[in-house]
Design a protein around this ligand. Structure first.
Ligand code: ZN
Length: 115
C-alpha cells in the first residue's frame, strides 16, 4: 500500500498538510495529494485511505447482519450459513484493518507533543 500511494504522489506543490490546521498542533509535513477538500501528507493520506476501508467494512457488516436476520426469518438456512461465513471473513478483515489504522494514526500523529 505504501508503494501505491508513493506512485500517486506528484511533485505539484500543495503546501502543508491541512490535518489539524485549526488546532494548536497542525501537521507540519508537506501535502502530497488532495483528499476531498483537504491537502494531506503521505502519512495522513494513508491513514485516510485505510479509514475509508474500515468504514466500508463496518457498513458491509451492518448490512450483512440485517441480511442474515432476514434469511433466518425466512428459514433460508443454507443462505444464512453462507452469509455467516462471509461475515466471519469481513470481521477478520475489519479487525486487521483497524489494527493497522491504529498503528498509522500513532505514526501520523507523531509530530504532536507527548505522542
Ligand atoms: Zn499530515
Amino acid at each position: 500500500m505504501t508503494e501505491k500511494i508513493a506512485e500517486q504522489t506528484n511533485m505539484e506543490d500543495l503546501g502543508t498538510c491541512t490535518t489539524g490546521s485549526k488546532t494548536e498542533e497542525p501537521c507540519p509535513r508537506p501535502a502530497v495529494k488532495m483528499w476531498g477538500r483537504s491537502a494531506l501528507c503521505k502519512e495522513h493520506l494513508q491513514e485516510a485511505t485505510v479509514q475509508t476501508q474500515s468504514d466500508d467494512l463496518t457498513l458491509s457488516l451492518e448490512l450483512l447482519t440485517a441480511f442474515i436476520y432476514e434469511a433466518r426469518g425466512h428459514h433460508a438456512r443454507a443462505l444464512a450459513e453462507d452469509l455467516e461465513r462471509v461475515q466471519a471473513g469481513l470481521q477478520e478483515r475489519l479487525s486487521d484493518t483497524d489494527g493497522f489504522l491504529g498503528m498509522l494514526t500513532r505514526a501520523a500523529d507523531s509530530h504532536k507533543s507527548g505522542a
